[in-house]
Each structure stands twice: as C-alpha cells, then as structure tokens.
Design a protein around this ligand. Structure first.
Ligand code: KG4
Ligand code: ZN
Length: 312
C-alpha cells in the first residue's frame, strides 16, 4: 500500500558505505519512514496484520536497528513477526501485484545482481529456491562501483556508469573477462584489468579518462553485461525454464535490460524486468516476502536476531 525509502546520502561523501554511519542513519530514519509509510497507505498501526523485516544478510549494525524495531512493534501490536532473507526478497519482488502487467509464474530463473551479491537462482515457489551459481569474489554492483571510483565518479557509481555509457562506444576498449566453466561468476579480475588498462593509457595521455569517459564506461559496462548474459543464457538452456527475471540494484541498468529484452524478442523466453522502484533495496520486496510466510502462519520468537551472514 506504500513503499517508502529513506536513502542515505551520507555515504556519497565517503565514496562507499561506512558501516557505523549506516547504522546511525538507520536509527535516525526508521521512525520517520515508518510514520510516512503508514500515512501514505492511510492506515493506522492497529490495522497491520504482521511486521516483516530483513534479518540478514547485510551490515550487522543496520540489521540490528531494523530487527529491534520490528520486534518491538510486533510485540506492542501483538501481531506476527516475520524475518525475511534479503536476497529472497529481491527475487520475490517479482510477485508484487503491480510488478508486471502479466504476473510471473513459477518456475522462473532469476539473475540477482546487487551491490553485495550476484546469483543465478532457480525459483520453484516462494520458498523453494536453488542457487545455480554465484560470484566467487566481488558482486557485479561492486564491479560497477569500484570502477566508478577509479574514474572519479560519485558513490554508488553504477547509475553514473549506466548514464554515461548511453553516450559512449562499447567497442572502444576491451577488458579481460573471467571465464569460469559453470554458472559461477568472478568480477575482481575484471576490475583489476580495468585499472591496469586505464593506468597504461594514462601513461601516454594523462587526461585519457576525461577525454574518453563515455567510451570507457560503455566498454566496461558492455563487458560486465556480456558475462551476465552468457551465464543466464547457459542456465536457461540447461534448465529449460522459460521465464527469466532479473533483480537487485544492477537490474536497473539500462544496458542489461536492453540485452535481455533483445534476447526475449529473438527467442521464446519471457523476460521479466522489475519496475525501477523494485530494483534497488526497497520495503515492498520485504513486504511481499513476508506476506508469503504470513500465509503459512510464520511467527518468529522474540529471540530472533539479526545475522550478517545467513544461509540462503
Ligand atoms: O540491491 P541494491 O540496492 O543494494 C544491495 O543490496 O546491494 O544494489 C545496489 C547496487 C550498487 O552497486 C549500485 O551501483 C547498483 O546497485 N546500481 C546500478 C544501477 N543502479 C544501481 N548498477 C548499474 N546500473 C544501474 N543503473
Ligand atoms: Zn539488495
């Protein structure tokens, strides 16, 4: 009924997330954002059926703020308390009523691409999900953000690279791509290859980055997308699953969205791109993941705690 987000501008000044600042910002924002969510939905706290919240994975300090708040609120209102796995929520965002004109059906393949994760998931139901492959080092969002930092762009850099790429030539430069045989990904080598390629060019032309920013972005983005597309196509082929979705912050990327749409248009695969408000971290995805657990009668004990690392 509402999907309110309090974004944290505090991180931009530091070029990355500072965990302690993140948890303090959560503490400051949690009351106002919940107030706003209730106002926009036009309901009172007493009308709530349950509280779902992220218990992991993520930064422990921030998770603790949400977990403590959710427990208190569920206790005070005497309603079920429902812990949600952050990555399940990204995947299940596709089930939100207004996510697609034609609802997605199980099974679907989901490529989850965020700042902390890169996973290829076979989604059989709202609770049966199998990881087909994932990154063995950096997440693809990190690969975007670290390259953006090298280019002197603000944090998080993914959206900036995306925007600049639109005006650049994707064939301008080439970078070493990782080539893992299965459905796993590796992005740390690409980031290093990016850094070395730029250092080499800058020896010859110190203003190389300035002179070719759009082309550099377009080439790097194209290299990342190529890797993602290769794996998702291979997984689709071997599983035979016809519904393919993407999720997570990087699923907002226009190059990735275009590559998927093109694939969908040339094959009998149905592509599901999430609306932008459900790509980067949002409350609606935690709500929908909680909803399916609510239908099954989940009500976690108050001893439930936040976990920085949590089994998928
Ligand atoms: O899912 P998310 O909001 O948070 C995590 O759970 O990590 O993802 C954030 C990531 C950041 O790395 C950000 O740079 C990236 O998503 N991102 C993008 C775009 N929008 C956000 N990357 C590429 N292109 C975009 N348009
Ligand atoms: Zn996320």
């Amino acid at each position: 009924m509402s999907n309110e987000v309090a974004s944290q501008a505090v991180h931009e000044a530091f070029g990355g997330v500072v965990p302690e600042l993140a948890s303090r910002a959560h503490q400051q924002n949690i009351m106002p954002v919940i107030d706003r969510a209730l106002k926009v939905a036009n309901i009172s706290p007493q009308e709530l059926n349950a509280i779902s919240f992220t218990n992991g994975p993520g930064l422990l300090g921030s998770l603790l703020v949400g977990t403590s708040f959710a427990k208190s609120m569920a206790l005070a209102l005497d309603i079920p308390l429902i812990p949600v796995h952050h990555m399940h929520a990204h995947v299940l965002a596709h089930l939100i009523e207004d996510a697609h004109p034609k609802p997605i059906s199980f099974p679907y393949l989901c490529l989850t691409v965020s700042g902390g994760h890169t996973q290829l998931i076979e989604v059989l139901s709202s609770k049966e999900m199998k990881i087909l492959g994932e990154t063995i080092d950096d997440a693809v969002g990190e690969a975007f953000d670290k390259a953006a930092k090298i280019l002197g762009l603000p944090y998080p850099g993914g959206p900036y690279i995306d925007r600049l790429s639109a005006k650049g030539d994707p064939t301008f430069m080439e970078f070493n791509e990782s080539n893992l045989p299965d459905y796993n990904f590796s992005f740390s080598g690409m980031k290093t290859s990016f850094l070395y390629a730029l250092q080499k060019e800058m020896k010859a032309n110190p203003s190389f980055i300035n002179d070719h920013l759009n082309d550099i972005c377009a080439s790097y983005q194209a290299a990342l997308i190529k890797v993602l597309m290769k794996k998702v196509k291979a997984a689709q082929k071997s599983t035979g699953i016809k519904n393919v979705a993407i999720a997570g912050g990087v699923s907002a990327n226009s190059g990735l969205r275009a590559a998927l749409m093109q694939w969908g248009a040339q094959s009998d695969i149905s592509i599901y791109l999430p609306p932008f408000q459900y790509t980067t971290d949002n409350a609606a995805m935690i709500g929908i993941a909680g909803y399916y657990q609510y239908l099954e009668g989940v009500n976690a004990p108050l001893s439930t705690s936040a976990q920085a690392k949590i089994k998928f």
